[in-house]
Design a protein around this ligand. Structure first.
Ligand SMILES: [Zn+2]
Length: 209
């Protein structure tokens, strides 16, 4: 598996290009902003995005969907529970943070726990990980031992800084969906550097005690 983080925007959000390392087909995950530029960056690296997945509806994770679709005919997938807040989150980001993003399009497919998202030889299993926001999902690739968890878990922190975060639900999602993965699993978060499940299990102060 080949993972490229493209970190952009006022909150240094990680968009990811994920491919199997053989085929050019790539997943564009959480396109933070400037979707045209993210696609151009993928093409410069010899990759061809084939679909877009957003882990949740926050504006800094979907700001580049419309732009990427303007460049390539890419289906947009998001968790079933996140669809209804897409428009409201765009308006809230503008009102509260002055962040202006193009209107996210209607999703082409709604993802639920147990669904599989295929990109090249990769098979991502959808995990329901709500709490940071509504309808958050994570993508787990067991063969590659990797999980893309959006704003659920970061290296040394849990992502509970946003207004409206449901902390007990967030901790439940982490405990039942992420900490149950093998320790060697690499965690690719929406903000900050990668980590592993084992490292967070042992060292994350929000998960101890
Ligand atoms: Zn978020």
């Amino acid at each position: 598996m080949n993972v490229i983080a493209l970190t952009r925007g006022p909150w240094r959000t990680n968009a990811y290009l994920v491919s199997d390392g053989a085929a050019p087909d790539a997943l564009l995950l959480d396109p933070v902003e400037e979707g045209e530029e993210l696609v151009a960056e993928a093409e410069r690296r010899g990759l061809r995005p084939v679909l877009i997945v957003a882990t949740h509806s926050h504006a800094d994770h979907v700001g580049g969907v419309a732009g990427a679709q303007a460049r390539l005919d890419l289906p947009f997938l998001i968790g079933a529970g996140a669809r209804d807040s897409l428009r409201a989150e765009r308006e809230r980001a503008l009102r509260e943070s002055g962040l202006r993003i193009p209107e996210p399009p209607e999703p082409d497919r709604l993802l639920r726990e147990g669904d599989i998202v295929a990109v090249g030889a990769l098979r991502f299993a959808v995990l329901d990980t709500p709490g940071h926001w509504r309808g958050d999902i994570s993508l787990h690739e067991p063969t590659a031992r990797a999980v893309f968890c959006g704003d659920t878990l970061g290296r040394g922190f849990i992502n509970n800084v946003n207004k409206g975060c449901d902390v007990p639900l967030l901790l439940q999602s982490i405990g039942t969906r992420l900490l149950t993965l093998p320790d060697s699993t690499t965690v690719y978060p929406g903000h900050g550097p990668p980590t592993t499940i084992g490292h967070e299990r042992r060292h994350n102060p929000a998960l101890r005690g």
